[in-house]
Design a protein around this ligand. Structure first.
Ligand SMILES: *Cc1c(COP(=O)(O)O)cnc(C)c1O
Length: 219
């Protein structure tokens, strides 16, 4: 039987990994964005060896991963979508990394959830590098104050920064800004780059690229 699902997916994954290896040394970690994907594709990419996944909704992530986590104890699950404070407990219980902390209230809710649930996800701060009014993320100017609260007051394990550049602008300056902000704050993690610009992000020092469409096909 021709395997129409897993072969193309595994090949696409190999091709992306090769491009990332060409673009930067060491290459960034490939975060497979599995939101809205069907079970057969998720299982195929797991079979190909992928273990790091990004999801942007807590409930959908629970559906995708609660069972699979038992089967694949080496999974790393990353929340890349906005988080409401009333879902902090669920997010802390499921995710290994929460990339979208962008306000003090959420930092405090996560600190409470961590104490209650007894897991300690690593944290990235989402920065609204384009200062778009409708977009999540702390402004570049607000980053330092938020970090102070998140680290010193809340004790969160902040490891990096994340951004989603404006769709209608070249991404390079936004990647450069995020890298500069991280350097200034002594943070090593840089989650930036999606299907359209992951090699560029790698060249700007991304440690994690979040790829959905280019890996799984159109959603
Ligand atoms: C959906 C999503 C991605 C992946 O987008 P593609 O363009 O499909 O690669 C990356 N980051 C975030 C925050 C997303 O919501």
């Amino acid at each position: 039987m021709t395997d129409t699902v897993s072969i193309p997916l595994a090949k696409r994954r190999d091709a992306i990994l090769a491009e990332l290896a060409q673009a930067a040394s060491p290459p960034p970690c490939l975060v497979a964005v599995s939101k809205t994907q069907h079970d057969e594709k998720i299982d195929a990419i797991l079979a190909a060896g992928q273990r790091v996944f990004g999801e942007n909704r807590v409930q959908e992530a629970q559906a995708h991963w609660t069972e699979r986590r038992r089967q694949y104890p080496d999974l790393e699950l990353r929340l890349i979508g906005p988080l409401q404070t009333n879902k902090a407990d669920d997010a802390v219980a499921l995710f290994d990394v929460i990339e979208t902390v962008d306000r003090e209230k959420l930092a405090r809710a996560l600190a409470k959830a961590i104490a209650k649930v007894g897991r300690t996800p690593r944290i990235f701060i989402q920065v609204n590098t384009g200062e778009e009014p409708q977009k999540a993320g702390v402004t570049p100017d607000g980053l330092e104050a938020l970090l102070k609260v998140a680290v010193e007051e809340c004790g969160l394990d902040v490891q990096g920064l994340m951004c989603i550049p404006p769709v209608d602008e070249p991404a390079g300056p936004h990647f450069a800004l995020l890298a500069k902000l991280a350097r200034r704050q002594g943070l090593r993690g840089l989650s930036m780059g999606m299907s359209g610009d992951y090699t560029l992000a790698a060249q700007f020092g991304a440690t994690h690229v979040r790829i959905g469409t280019a890996l799984f096909g159109a959603r």
